[in-house]
Design a protein around this ligand. Structure first.
Ligand code: ARG
Length: 388
């Protein structure tokens, strides 16, 4: 992939697998101090001493549930690419650190989706599975998100479905997944790996996956295009890193901002690439860029997404509202004396950037922990072992 591209160029990944006990203790002390300070728990010295003893004994230490909840929330607060951080403190946390078996991870992930979806009144939720320890790695979910659409590579080299997931689709097939019906919107199975063993695949139960069929506020024919998207974006392949401890399987979700679907997933040329198709249906002149057919198709596609989610009673936000909220968040954090890191190129919405206030300022990209990070090395190693 082109290294200059946004996706690969700035992927936050900081840590290679196990830190030394010294690094771990330093990270632990820093986190425990932050926790004690922000939650006004007094002097952290005793807690740090306990962690030190536990690390000397076992090579790692265990967070209390309260620390885990705080860590998961602050990791969201520290997510430089996320425009939706105003609600970081409302993140609900399911503590499933007792779970590492692939089948149980799959089951608990389906429960996660049910609890997050609530018929459309989506709530921000994270489920935390077993951490990596010196003794054994925690489980890993290969899917980028709990709900993703298959991308079937055709003999002619084209892809039916979401090209972004062609790799995972092929991997699932090799692991024995028979494939779905072959529509452009087949939900992929979960592919889950427990402690370096060969991953297993698990079909998501239908009642765990809410989808929205796209209609348009003005064009009755739009529905017949057969477009749809899933209601809940649940990132599943990032590691939650708290005080030096890595939780490799910790799927988390908020709710969608319409542009993620209407201006990226369905529109990017390396995704569903629907702008030429939509422009054609709208009767626009696609022979010249200067008719702004792409821009006009983008706007109608985005209206369709917001309209359809609203009609279906599924939580969705728009980029104007969310940009304003983000500035509210910055103001609040500033008053608390906490620096907010942000990546301008991710914060500014993919359409109508200059019509939103986040466009007209700059941000500092300070990287703080706790954090959600990618561990590409670990994943690649695992994939290589199984798929080569
Ligand atoms: N952009 C991703 C997608 O379109 C989802 C990323 C997380 N988004 C969110 N609103 N929490 O599926």
């Amino acid at each position: 992939m082109d290294p200059a591209r946004k996706e690969s160029g700035s992927t936050p990944h900081r840590r290679t697998p196990e830190p030394s006990p010294r690094d771990l203790l330093r990270a632990a002390a820093e986190f425990l101090t932050l926790h004690h300070t922000e939650e006004r728990l007094g002097d952290p010295a005793r807690r740090i001493a306990a962690a030190r003893a536990e690390i000397a004994d076992t090579g790692t230490y265990r967070h209390t549930t309260r620390e885990l909840v705080f860590g998961a929330r602050v990791a969201w607060r520290n997510a430089n690419r996320c425009i939706g951080r105003l609600y970081w403190h409302s993140l609900s946390v399911r503590d499933r650190r007792d779970v590492r078996d692939a089948g149980e991870v799959a089951e608990a992930s389906a429960d996660h989706l049910r609890e997050a979806t609530r018929d459309g009144r989506i709530r921000a939720l994270i489920t935390v599975f077993a951490p990596d320890t010196p003794e054994r790695p925690g489980p890993r979910i290969w899917n980028e998100q709990l709900i993703r659409y298959a991308g079937y590579t055709r003999p002619d080299g084209g892809v039916t479905g979401d090209p972004r997931n062609a790799g995972l689709t092929a991997a699932a097939r090799r692991l024995g997944w028979p494939g779905g019906p072959g529509t452009p919107f087949d939900v992929l199975p979960l592919v889950i790996e427990d402690a370096g063993a060969a991953p297993l695949w698990f079909t998501l139960p239908e009642d765990a996956v809410l989808e929205v069929e796209l209609t348009h506020p003005e064009y009755p024919w739009w529905h017949a295009l057969g477009l749809r998207w899933h209601a809940v974006p649940a990132i599943a392949n990032m590691c939650l890193e708290i005080g030096g401890v890595c939780y490799p399987a910790a799927p988390f979700n908020g709710w969608y901002m319409g542009t993620e679907i209407g201006a990226r997933n369905l529109a990017d040329t390396d995704r569903y690439d629907l702008l030429p198709f939509i422009a054609d249906r709208l009767g626009l002149d696609t022979r010249t860029d200067r008719s702004l057919w792409k821009d006009r198709a983008l706007v109608e596609l985005n209206r369709s997404v917001l309209h359809s989610f609203d009609q279906a009673g599924v939580t969705v936000t728009d980029h104007h509202t969310e940009s304003r909220r983000f500035l509210t968040h910055l103001g609040r954090e500033e008053r608390k004396g906490r620096p907010v890191g942000a990546d301008w190129s991710w914060i500014v919405p993919p359409i109508s950037g200059s019509a939103t206030p986040v466009f007209h300022r700059t941000f500092e990209a300070v990287e703080l922990t706790p954090a959600y990070v990618h561990h590409p090395e670990a994943l690649e190693r695992a994939r290589g072992a199984v798929l080569s």
